[in-house]
Write a protein that binds this ligand. Structure first.
Ligand code: NAP
Length: 305
């Protein structure tokens, strides 16, 4: 197996991972959207990572999906709605047994990817690190955090996992990664859509705690119903803790909507509502929230799925 890290998507998280891997001497190659993006990247001369007041340029080689060559290990660092089409385009290059590391927020995109790459091993990741693009090919490392990685189908960590520690990427192998992803998804559903609908920072939800509590209760019941009792435990308390601890922050969904960007709603609240329907469970609060959010996004001319 080749030890090269192919990285699909040189956006915020993809660049953050690529620069740290390259800095540690790991072989990394970016896969960019098309020839035009590749040309723009080559003109910039590489990726710039901004950490506090330090800017470092990494001339990481790049290519498009159409370039030849087998892929043994791929970090999928695009948005959830782009993941499956991107993997479909790369499928002919994936060797049997290739490792895919999926950084997407929410749930649902991981299964869509697995369907398009049935011979690959899919490692799911949940990240609390924060990064954003100041400009094309210039990414700011904005918030230190942690990464949990795991494979619901295989509890053994892959041999390349040690690369992460060597590259200074804080990470833990977590066989129960689904529980962690469900918990994060539930927190997101209880907070982010309401910040869009009430047009407020997270702390603004302290004025709408009845609504938050009703959602948390329904989410916890759904998690238990979906076989995720650990993810349901004390959800209500944690939702309130997160609101207080991040009171001055704008949620990622709020920021996307404000910037006129497509949200990942289909893999967040949308996934939760679909899971409830699949289990024949009624979730009127979550359904109502989803409908209000869809109406709000449509009124702004943004995709609602
Ligand atoms: P982002 O900054 O928008 O970057 C996504 C990148 O994917 C873009 O550079 C985009 O290319 C690229 N892309 C999309 N389709 C592609 C394709 N077919 N081929 C090649 N490249 C493609 O997104 P992000 O913030 O890094 O988020 C990635 C995922 O991580 C999301 O699910 C997000 O929720 C999650 N996450 C992000 C953070 C964070 O702090 N940013 C934290 C935790 C979790 P273009 O540049 O050409 O558009």
């Amino acid at each position: 197996m080749s030890s090269t890290w192919h990285i699909l998507g040189a956006g915020s998280l993809g660049s953050l991972w690529a620069c740290r891997l390259a800095r540690a001497g790991k072989a990394a190659r970016l896969i960019l959207r098309d020839a035009q993006r590749l040309q723009a990247y080559q003109q910039a001369g590489g990726l710039t990572l901004l950490e506090q007041d330090r800017a470092s340029l990494y001339a990481i080689p790049a290519e498009t999906a159409e370039s030849g060559g087998p892929i043994h290990r791929l970090l999928v660092a695009c948005k959830a709605y782009d993941a499956a089409p991107a993997i479909a385009a790369l499928a002919p290059r994936l060797v049997a047994g290739a490792d895919l590391v999926l950084l997407q927020n929410g749930l649902g995109s991981q299964d869509e990817v697995a369907e398009r790459a049935p011979l690959a091993r899919c490692v799911f990741a949940s990240s609390t690190e924060g990064a954003f693009r100041e400009d094309d090919w210039r990414v700011r490392f904005a918030g230190h955090g942690f990464n949990w990685l795991g494979d619901p189908a295989n509890p053994t960590p892959p041999p390349w996992f040690t690369d992460l520690g060597e590259a200074g990427i804080p990470a833990q192998w977590t066989p129960d990664i689904l529980s962690r992803l469900w918990r994060k998804l539930a927190l997101n559903c209880a907070i982010n859509p309401l910040t869009v609908l009430h047009d407020c920072q997270n702390g603004g939800l302290l004025g709408h705690l009845d609504e938050v509590e009703a959602l948390s209760t329904e989410l916890a019941a759904l998690l238990r119903h979906c076989g995720q009792p650990l993810a349901a435990r004390d959800l209500d308390e944690e939702v309130q803790r997160v609101i207080l601890a991040t009171a001055a922050n704008y949620s990622s969904m709020y920021q996307d909507v404000r910037a006129g960007r497509r949200t990942e709603v289909h893999y967040l609240l949308g996934h939760v509502c679909r899971a409830a329907a699949r289990h024949g469970m009624r979730v009127p609060q979550l359904e109502h929230l989803h409908q209000r959010l869809v109406d709000n996004l449509r009124a702004r001319g943004l995709p609602s799925a």
